[in-house]
Design a protein around this ligand. Structure first.
Ligand SMILES: *Cc1c(COP(=O)(O)O)cnc(C)c1O
Length: 369
């Protein structure tokens, strides 16, 4: 038997809402039962409304990295020049896929406590009119920093390039939508929507579908195929593989909660929780990881461990003495910071206050006694 989890203020997976857990326990239907196909079409429609997009989204059967890799494979053709914007671990990671499928990858990188300057994007696009695709990680979670998507989206649109955005840890916790001139928008149920990891949610623009269909190298008949899931909710169209029925139920419950609470109210709850966390950390004399307060994402707060503590020691004491679990850094930010997730069910002001109070007790008694 696994232990009861601590209060998980993590950056994904996050604690699933009780209604999501209940949905996971519903009877598993046969995927070709018309009842399931109708249900699936309903989930696609709810997701389309949540994404605020005209085209029907696709759901792929694997945690969000599948969606990001599949997006690269589908959209990036042999003659494409990709501008990869890098302000953190996930942004950097995209370069590998871009290089695999495209002709050339140009990188615009900043230190991982900084964010991408839209003006720098404009300058590169002017210098390199042959850039056809731009990729951006909106909230690079291992740094807790948020890139200016609307501004970058407008600049990329003006240039005419396609824009791929990893919005895995921003969508659902703030105003982040494909409307910001995004051609492929990838997100996940297991961050701000408060569902479980295991699906990729992908919004694809009309013109991106046209480009994908014209790309002879876009995967077809492959687990990596976005095309295979296009129109999967239409009557009579077979699913390319059996969907995880339970996870579709869970996603449905999470989308209902999001709509019922009201997206604007959900975002306000995330912003308020982030604000209380940041003020509390600063009052304790701790240093935020982002170079400027405005760079911090509303869905996670990264801060540096105080003198005398390693990241791991602080994480362990919070967990063992207070039952609060934070995330550490990852890859290039590992060892340098801790992260408080404010995503989905954990985006609660009272949780933020409990965390600050626990930290204050630990810092006033640095030696574990
Ligand atoms: C969580 C997350 C993903 C999903 O990837 P995992 O590393 O498997 O969790 C992708 N992009 C971002 C920005 C994320 O926060």
């Amino acid at each position: 038997m696994l232990p009861i989890p601590p209060m998980m203020l993590t950056t994904g997976p996050v604690p699933a809402y009780p209604q999501v857990l209940a949905a996971l326990g519903k009877p598993v239907l046969y995927d070709y039962d018309p009842a399931f196909q109708t249900f699936y079409a309903g989930v696609i429609e709810k997701l389309r409304l949540a994404l605020r997009q005209d085209t029907a989204p696709v759901i792929m059967q694997g945690e969000a990295i599948l969606g990001i890799e599949a997006a690269a494979a589908a959209l990036i053709a042999r003659d494409d020049v990709v501008l990869n914007l890098v302000s953190g671990v996930y942004g950097k990671g995209f370069a590998g896929w871009a290089a695999r499928y495209g002709k050339e990858v140009i990188e615009l990188a900043v230190p991982y406590d900084d964010i991408i300057d839209p003006q720098a994007v404009r300058d590169i696009l002017r210098k390199r009119p042959d850039i056809t695709i731009v990729s951006l990680c909106h909230h690079d979670t291992p740094s807790g920093t948020l890139n200016p998507l609307p501004e970058i989206g407008a600049i990329v649109a003006e240039h005419g390039a396609y824009l791929i955005v990893d919005a895995v840890s921003s969508f659902g916790g703030m105003d982040a939508h494909p409307q910001a001139h995004v051609d492929i928008f990838i997100t996940s149920p297991s961050k701000c929507l408060g569902s479980t990891p295991g699906l990729s949610l992908i919004g694809v623009s009309e013109r991106a579908w046209a480009k994908i269909e014209a790309n002879p190298d876009a995967p077809r008949g492959s687990f990596l195929s976005v095309l295979g899931w296009k129109g999967a909710s239409e009557p009579g169209k077979p699913f390319p593989v059996t969907p995880s029925i339970a996870e579709i139920y869970a996603l449905d419950a999470a989308l209902d909660l999001y709509a019922q609470e009201g997206p604007e109210n959900v975002w306000a709850r995330h912003a308020q929780t982030a604000d209380i966390t940041r003020k509390g950390l600063l009052e304790l004399g701790l240093k935020l990881w982002p170079k400027k307060l405005e760079y911090a994402a509303p869905t996670a707060t990264a801060f540096r461990p105080p003198e005398g503590f390693s990241d791991v020691a602080l994480r362990d004491r919070l967990r063992d003495e207070h039952g609060i679990l934070l995330s550490l850094g990852r890859a290039d930010t590992a060892g340098k910071l801790l992260r408080v997730g404010h995503m989905g069910a954990s985006a609660r002001p009272d949780f933020a206050r409990a965390t600050i109070s626990a930290l204050s007790q630990i810092l006033s008694r640095p030696i574990n006694s």
